[in-house]
Design a protein. Structure first.
Length: 282
């Protein structure tokens, strides 16, 4: 019997997830089909219900439905509750919907296993304070950087993200406690410099980069774009190379790693991500 899985989003035509999960299934001998489903805003709840009626076993959720999915599931994993967003849903035989979030662990696995980047003790800048940033701030914090700064064009949004994270994690504002967790506007970065700069905005897909100081990348620094592009480097990757980053990479590896985490949750087997990442880069 072939099990049915899919990904829902708007837009969805660009999604690499069907290719990724097809490779995972082939590699691990799983009998499953995984297809992309375009869902227009306002129709997400109905689409989820219809997928479940059709006997679907699991779904990946992408923009703009990750926060809406939070309210539609019956249970949440601790990491989904922490991220306040759901990117993976599993359906059980009793009809319950179980929500998870694999974005954060996908990022950490890509950094550590594919790029040999240990975050412990680093000065880390997270650019952006939207949904993408919410999903990764906790896992980044867990890696014990020396400092984690959230910078956003609208400073209030960055401060709100930090405030909500502190409340959720029950973290006080003791200045002696590490990691040092702060927020600011992009125009308030001044002469600060960082070992790891993560772009959590979608600007680079439009050929744009947030206005960052020219000296913000430290020697041997890394620039990481959560967005990805197979055809050509993203604008942020190009910016990182131009500003002296020792390594500037996009989020394709994160996409594959978070998919592997979801696949393991659904099927109980861990796929090898390296050959899939290589195939996507061809």
């Amino acid at each position: 019997m072939t099990d049915y899985y899919g990904v829902m989003g708007h837009p969805i035509e660009h999604s690499k997830s069907p290719f990724i999960h097809a490779r995972f299934a082939e590699q691990t001998g799983q009998s499953m089909v995984y297809r992309a489903r375009h869902v227009v805003p306002g129709d997400f709840a109905r689409a989820i219900a219809a997928f479940q009626v059709e006997g679907g076993k699991g779904l990946s959720i992408t923009l703009p439905f990750k926060e809406e999915a939070l309210a539609l599931v019956d249970t949440l994993t601790p990491r989904a509750r922490r991220a306040n967003a759901v990117n993976t849903i599993g359906f059980d035989h009793a009809g319950n919907k179980h929500g998870d979030n694999t974005d954060g662990i996908g990022l950490i696995r890509d950094l550590r296993h594919n790029h040999a980047i240990a975050i412990t003790g680093l000065q880390v800048l997270l650019v952006g304070a939207g949904g993408a940033a919410k999903g990764i701030i906790g896992p980044l914090f867990d890696q014990s950087p020396e400092r984690l700064v959230v910078a956003n064009r609208t400073p209030e949004k960055a401060h709100s993200l930090i405030r909500q994270f502190r409340q959720r994690e029950e973290i006080g504002e003791d200045p002696a406690r590490l990691p040092l967790l702060t927020a600011c506007g992009l125009n308030e970065l001044g002469t600060a410099s960082f070992d790891l700069i993560i772009n959590a905005t979608a600007a680079s897909l439009e050929g744009k980069v947030a206005p960052l100081p020219d000296t913000i990348v430290r020697p041997q620094g890394v620039c990481y774009d959560l967005m990805y592009s197979v055809a050509q480097p993203t604008a942020f990757v190009l910016w990182g190379r131009e500003h002296g980053a020792a390594l500037a990479v996009d989020g394709l590896g994160m996409l594959v790693e978070q998919a592997a985490e979801a696949f393991q949750g659904w099927r109980g087997v861990r796929p090898d991500t390296a050959p899939v990442i290589r195939a996507l880069r061809l």
